[in-house]
Write a protein that binds this ligand. Structure first.
Ligand code: ACO
Length: 398
């Protein structure tokens, strides 16, 4: 008939590995994960120690440059970032071009993409001075772009950065402040957000990071590569899960709060019904980040005096799932984003911004991985093979 068959002749030596479950794409010195033991380390440092003792900028420096900074190095890094927080004034017009109800993730990605139109200092995207400047620009400007995406979505005027503030404090003011009214940063909110950014800062070759490397392997610049990574992050199976968890919890609440019935629908594999925030490709016992987040969520909600009935629903869901053979036999546990949305909600972020916060956290990891890739002599253009299953040769009708 159609002559459909497997033409394996030129690919019979390739490995078919959908989802790259068993395929390493690179060697890396940056992040170590042991999924069975629930271990995550950045440059050798356990995630729990960094979350407790480090700051997001210090951890970013560690990821990008390989070692913890000295106090002088950290000051220099922080000062450089403060000097680059402003966006070109004409970028305001760029934000005005989006529809008012635009989701902030594509606005964020577009903003990063647009940076490469404003900063074309060198034709060689791998020129070391250019890479360093792009690193600083991107780290400094992403919070500004993120807050502009938010302001745009609620129709408020854009704020200018206040460079006397810390990285996270400045972002909070850009997001929640309004011109002419002084904005007081809540130190509990700032510290908790800083800690959450640390937890998200790198996770070796996940979907978005692999995207950043793949785009960069074709010698695209850092802005283009990270812009692509932001799109990869946006999907609900990846970074978009934090938004999806909150929507799931709100949906359960709206339909009467029957957690057991929801779990039944998940187990029956009703189309589109998954326990969002559960499961991970690599962690098969627990996600060490989720343990830290779970501890923080109670603390934050208590200290901010914001009890949330959705937290009770989430805890019930977790309890039921952890005792249910469907989840236990498939090794499904809460991942980092099962509880983060509840914290972001208590802080006042709208649901649509949750994945943007993930992107702010993941940025130093993307940059570190991109820089490692371009300096690794073993790097080649990323180009997976396939196993062709379409028609064999056939001829156009005479
Ligand atoms: N709810 C219900 N069932 C699930 C879930 C879930 N959250 N996750 C996996 N399963 C089931 C699958 O249906 C499958 O069942 P089967 O063997 O009967 O077919 C089995 O568990 C294995 O799942 P896979 O999809 O093959 O696992 P994979 O490693 O490909 O997927 C993923 C991992 C994408 C994270 C998945 O667990 C998922 O979709 N989770 C929900 C979304 C989510 O929380 N994503 C965030 C991930 S972490 C991050 O990016 C921050």
């Amino acid at each position: 008939g159609l002559g459909i068959g497997k033409l394996l002749s030129s690919t019979d030596h390739v490995t078919l590995d959908p989802g790259f479950v068993n395929t390493a794409s690179c060697t890396s010195d940056i992040t170590f994960i042991d999924g069975d033991a629930g271990i995550l380390r950045y440059r050798g440092y356990p995630i729990a120690e960094l979350a407790e003792k480090s700051s997001f900028l210090e951890t970013s420096y560690l990821l990008i440059y390989g070692e913890l900074p000295t106090p002088a190095q950290l000051t220099e890094f922080t000062d450089k970032l403060s000097m680059h927080t402003l966006l070109h004034e004409e970028m305001r017009g760029f934000f005005n071009g989006f529809p008012r109800d635009a989701h902030p993730m594509p606005v964020l990605s577009s903003g990063v993409s647009a940076l490469s139109t404003w900063y074309q200092d060198s034709l060689d995207p791998f020129d070391p001075a250019q890479v360093e400047l792009s690193t600083i620009r991107l780290m400094a400007k992403l919070p500004t772009i993120a807050s502009y995406a938010y302001k745009k979505s609620i129709g408020q005027p854009l704020m200018y950065p206040d460079n006397s503030l810390g990285y996270v404090e400045n972002f909070l003011r850009l997001t929640f402040g309004v011109p002419t009214t002084p904005y007081e940063v809540d130190p509990v909110v700032a510290r908790t957000l800083d800690m959450l950014l640390i937890l998200h800062a790198d996770h070796e070759q996940n979907c978005s990071t692999s995207t950043v490397r793949l785009v960069g392997s074709g010698h695209a610049n850092l802005f283009a590569s990270v812009s692509s990574g932001i799109h990869a992050l946006s999907g609900p199976l990846h970074g978009g899960a934090n938004q999806a968890v909150l929507e799931m919890l709100a949906g359960i609440q709206e339909s009467g709060g029957d957690v057991r019935d929801f779990v039944r629908r998940v187990k029956d594999k009703e189309p589109g019904v998954k326990l969002m925030g559960f499961g991970h490709r690599v962690y098969k016992n627990f996600d060490p980040r989720s343990v830290i987040v779970k501890k923080a969520v109670r603390d934050v909600l208590d200290r901010m005096a914001k009890p949330d009935p959705l937290l009770d629903l989430a805890m019930q869901l977790e309890e039921i799932a952890l005792a249910d053979d469907y989840f236990v036999s498939r090794k499904l546990y809460p991942n980092v984003d099962f509880y983060t949305g509840l914290i972001y909600k208590a802080m006042g972020f709208p649901t649509k911004m949750y994945t943007v916060l993930f992107a702010l956290g993941r940025l130093p990891g993307w940059i570190a991985q991109w820089r490692e890739m371009i300096s690794d002599p073993a790097t080649k253009i990323g180009r997976p093979r396939q196993v062709y299953t379409g028609p064999t040769e056939r001829h156009y009708p005479a």
